[in-house]
Write a protein that binds this ligand. Structure first.
Ligand SMILES: Nc1ncnc2c1ncn2[C@@H]1O[C@H](COP(=O)(O)OP(=O)(O)O)[C@@H](O)[C@H]1O
Ligand SMILES: [Mg+2]
Length: 360
């Protein structure tokens, strides 16, 4: 049987560029090379597409070690330095002439997880792993995700959406509006980012201005959200029309909340699989995840994150990640493995789900 050619696309213009490289490296190591030929495509921080040798060099780096031993900025400049020459040449790659059968997307965040690359690949008639344009774009926006799943009957944390332009015009007015509606502590977060970038837990009025400055400088839309006290539960969903749902996993943040350092650098967060919640609550979370997956029109995969409120016992949907982290320590592959689908089989299943998808 001839091998299927997979374009492994990683890097990209989002703030999760470095994590995307680590995810791609795990995927590359788990694709069955007897069935698939892997062509790496690295998108630089600036948006240049690089393939072949240089993309493979980036994939070969031990980025986890680089991030542990130096800052994110230093790691980013190492990457920029490596691609300096290659990025000056025009990109003349043609997906069709390269006979790419399918793309494996390990791009996280903006431009990768939000429907833009999906739309581009649709126009090139190249199938790809994960959700299509609409579900990707919808779930990228935390405010719209909440609207959509609430409409399907799921509980979400009480929140308020504000626009950065309004904040910049009248910061005091916006702050007093927030203080009228929310008791401390609460969360302030950009609507469209990931990896906890720009997110603050605001404990006191004195912390509100810097929280708003930070979120409003990163996104045009910002959410203020009631802080839910309880456990953080995540489930992995895999499939198209008949999705399967994993066991429940639990994150115990190593700091005040699950932030960037905790997620990727220090590994201070603890993961528990299965989650330390009663069996009937696990079942409720799993069925809520399937409901959300359907309501949002997801395909391929998603990791769906919840809180179990310790005061009310309610299950509250927090967010949906359509291209979850795929590093060795990431929850999605670990949940799938614990549910009977090891990493190699997961990579295979995602590619098969992509190949069977007809995008009109
Ligand atoms: N409403 C909330 N109540 C309690 N904790 C929250 C809330 N919103 C966010 N958090 C904390 O912040 C982390 C990151 O927020 P999240 O909305 O998941 O954004 P991201 O897309 O960056 O992961 C969560 O994992 C959780 O620890
Ligand atoms: Mg999250």
């Amino acid at each position: 049987m001839p091998r299927i050619t997979v374009a492994l696309i990683f890097g990209g213009r989002s703030s999760e560029h470095e994590i995307s490289i680590i995810s791609a490296k795990s995927i590359a190591a788990n694709i069955n090379r007897e069935r698939y030929k892997v062509l790496p495509f690295y998108i630089t921080h600036e948006g240049h597409w690089l393939c072949d040798g240089i993309a493979q060099d980036i994939l070969n780096l031990d980025l986890s070690a680089l991030l542990r031993n130096s800052s994110l900025e230093a790691t980013a400049s190492t990457l920029r330095e490596m691609v300096k020459e290659a990025a000056q040449k025009p990109f003349d790659f043609d997906f069709k002439s390269a006979l790419i059968d399918v793309a494996f997307l390990t791009l996280h965040g903006t431009y990768g997880e939000d429907g833009r690359i999906q739309g581009f690949l649709d126009t090139c008639a190249v199938p790809y792993t994960g959700c299509g344009v609409l579900a990707s774009a919808l779930t990228m926006d935390k405010a719209l995700t909440k609207l959509c799943v609430a409409d399907a009957g799921l509980a979400v944390a009480p929140s308020m959406t504000l626009f950065s332009a309004d904040y910049h015009t009248d910061p005091e007015g916006v702050r007093s509006l927030i203080e009228q509606q929310f008791d401390y502590p609460f969360f302030v977060k950009p609507a469209n980012l990931g990896s906890s970038i720009g997110i603050s837990k605001v404990h006191h009025g004195s912390e509100l201005p810097s929280a708003l400055e930070s979120a409003c400088s990163l996104d045009a839309k910002v959410l203020v959200e009631k802080a839910i006290q309880g456990r953080e539960i995540e489930v992995a969903v895999l499939g198209n029309e008949t999705p399967e749902v994993s066991l429940c996993g639990e994150i115990e943040p190593g700091s005040d909340f699950y932030d960037y350092q905790d997620k990727y650098i220090h590994n201070t967060a603890k993961l528990f699989i299965p989650a330390r919640i009663p069996g009937e609550i696990q079942e409720e979370v799993r069925s809520a995840a399937l409901k959300a997956y359907k309501a949002l029109g997801c395909r391929g995969m998603s990791r769906i994150d919840f809180f179990v409120d310790e005061n009310t016992g309610r299950i509250v949907l927090n967010e949906v990640n359509t291209i979850p982290g795929f590093t060795d320590i990431s929850m999605y592959p670990q949940l799938m493995a614990a549910s009977g689908i090891p990493f190699q089989e997961l990579a295979e299943r995602l590619l098969q789900l992509a190949l069977e998808t007809i995008r009109p």
